[in-house]
Design a protein around this ligand. Sequence first.
Ligand code: AMP
Ligand code: MG
Length: 519
Amino acid sequence: MQLKIDTTFTKALPADSIKENYVRKVDRACFSYVLPATTSNPKLVHVSSEFAQSLGFAKTDLKSKAFLNLVSGNTIYPNTKPYAMNYGGHQFGHWAGQLGDGRAINLFEIKHNNQRWALQLKGAGKTPYSRQGDGLAVLRSSIREYLCSEAMHHLGVPTTRALSLALTGDQVLRDMLYNGNAEYEPGAIVCRVSPTFIRFGSFEILAAQQDIKTLKQLANYTIKHFYSHLGEPSKETYIQFFAEVSQRTLEMIIHWQRVGFVHGVMNTDNMSILGLTIDYGPYGWLEGFDFGWTPNTTDAQHKRYRFGNQPNIALWNLYQLANALYPLIEDAKPLEDILNQFKTDFDVKSLQMMRSKLGLFEDDNTDKLLIQNLEDNLLLTETDMTIFFRKLSELKKDESEQGLSIISEAFYAETISKDIKEKWNKWFTKYVNRLQQEQLSDDEREQKMNQVNPKYVLRNYMAQLAIDDAEKGDYKLLDELFTMLQNPYNDQPKYNKWFAKRPEWARHKVGCSMLSCSS
Ligand code: AMP
Ligand code: MG
């Protein structure tokens, strides 16, 4: 195994001066050196082999003992020094102080084909940031992160990646529902990969500690390696940097809304400085279209992180980042302008995104109303978002009366009231009228719509079925879903059973509808 190691983060930024591994407050440092725990009987469950090659692994590497040892934390790659990153964060709207990598350990950075990647083991044992946690992860949450991050990538949603999923051979005690019924579960480690794992919270912790020197170093480092087109650091560059982070965050959220992804825990420590989806915990996919839905049981009361609130929360989180960067800029106006711009840009891009989902490409100022009416209709009776938009592309320009029957597969109820049917027929008349203005043929429009409306997403119950099998040592379904989700926009007839509504048994089953943070 020959990797092109290229360490920058630990070279450029201050390390915690304490070398022992015990829980503590870390001062004036961006990371602490720490070694992964040794696992008793590691076993590779799955590898994202195509992605592995883009990191510079050879195909033969992936089957080697050395690879397993690397991704389970049992051996350290020569001349590398693993570390946990320091960051803070606002959790559920409140400043939580130091959080940090409590159960993630960075191995090293690779530079391959001019692209930088940091490799990180999630669930590799305690670090100075573990607080009361054990630093470990269980198989179920690891499968969820592994499958979903790769699925998101293939959907075209900016995200961290996953290289491998391994069992540790150790048992981990978890109280999954927080109801006093703790049980042992199989421990697992995902090797996840990102150009960098720096978060909004990485800046917030330094600003909170008034460590402006390190804050500046971190901003300069981030710009140099990941926003290098902005040029040499200066006040103006920091402003541009913030503007670009806002833009990328906005793009990410628009993608989430397009595919019906709900992150579930949009705390500022879970916001990547690169605008990538990061930290897959109690996330979920919309089945019935519903702005009020959240998968996270911990958030069930206030639903802060519900589907429809994700854009507002992204903006709220950007305010926190702006506050953290303020000491480097000392001028609130340009930051406020950028935050205001976010709102305007969101309206424009959100409209654009919805128009593309509907196959509307010509200019028309009535589209906003058409989309509003559509969203109202989608809420009338439980309507599967993925099936609705996918089926919609089959409609022909001159067949408004066919609309309802084409999309009725998306309704969860067996019978739909006359009133609701009328509302849909009314909408379809408007929609088909609007389609008359489009230059594209029906076939061309269908093709374009199918590039933005996925056929297959990782429905919550699908992940749970893969988990149930994997816990019995059967990984076939995990592999099937992994493979299918590499081409989410293509019709794959052999996977027809996955283009279907959530089965009724899954409606209230743990893991299929609501999830706790326990992982
Ligand atoms: P999350 O909500 O999963 O992003 O985690 C919030 C914070 O809790 C982060 O600092 C994590 O590193 C930490 N954390 C979560 N689970 C554990 C665990 N099992 N052991 C140690 N720290 C954890
Ligand atoms: Mg996190």
